[in-house]
Design a protein around this ligand. Structure first.
Ligand code: DX5
Ligand code: ZN
Length: 227
């Protein structure tokens, strides 16, 4: 199995210094992030407001790391395409918000991005398995979306195990990604369940040295992943 991917979430970074905060996890070597996770919140789908397309466009100019845009917004059928057209590597929408997720995935891919589908902790996976055939990443939320620094909900690992099985047996072709409460205490159980990509906000940007935190999380996940 490939090396685990670490995606620091800039939700926990200093918003006045986003360029420098991303640069802190962009040096070549083991402290380099694989993707940078960008949480877009609209104060409607979730009760919080962060940033939108203009900021993402500026970030794309300031880094060569792939941007993993997590859209916690209403009406992604209308708004997600702009992130793909701007050059985001992966654009993730919520299944709870998308009206036509299959068409949306096709549009995202046609615009040159990977298409991601996210499910909230209380959303079951089974009804969406056909839809997931059109997606490149599955983002399993392990906290209620909206805020960083919340506690990990271990119950969602059952969905990770199911997705892992379906990928390993060739029924789905997806990067299995987890988001929320990932840190040194929780990453091992997520790795064991079969996660490929780990989003970590407070565990990276709350650390003294964000780059070292990335390296440490990746090493911990790699030790526990089933090979
Ligand atoms: C929560 C966001 C997460 C958040 C994770 O709605 O989607 O990406 O930044 O933060 P931590 O890692 O602190 O739980
Ligand atoms: Zn996120």
């Amino acid at each position: 199995m490939a090396s685990p991917l670490i995606a620091p979430s800039i939700l926990s970074a200093d918003f006045a210094r986003l360029g420098e905060e991303i640069a802190a996890v962009a040096h070549p070597g083991d402290t380099r992030a694989d993707w940078v996770h960008v949480d877009v919140m609209d104060a409607h789908f979730v009760p919080n407001l962060t940033l939108g397309l203009p900021v993402v466009q500026s970030l794309l100019k300031s880094t060569d790391l792939p941007l993993d845009c997590h859209l916690m917004i209403e009406d992604p059928d209308r708004w997600a395409i702009g992130y793909a057209e701007a050059g985001a590597y992966n654009v993730t929408v919520h299944v709870e918000a998308a009206a036509d997720p299959v068409k949306l995935a096709k549009n995202l891919r046609a615009a040159g991005a990977k298409a991601g589908l996210s499910i909230k902790p209380g959303t079951p996976l089974e009804p969406h398995l056909e839809t997931l055939k059109h997606y490149d990443t599955l983002l399993v939320m392990s906290v209620e979306p909206g805020f960083g620094g919340q506690s990990f909900i271990a119950d969602v690992l059952e969905k990770v195990r199911t997705a892992r099985r379906l990928v390993d047996t060739g029924h789905l072709k997806l990067v299995v990604e987890i988001d929320g409460g990932i840190n040194a205490d929780t990453i091992e159980q997520a790795a064991e369940a079969g996660v490929d990509c780990f989003v970590a906000g407070s565990a990276v940007y709350g650390a003294e040295d964000p780059g070292r935190a990335v390296a440490a999380l990746r090493e911990q996940a790699a030790r526990l992943r089933v090979s």
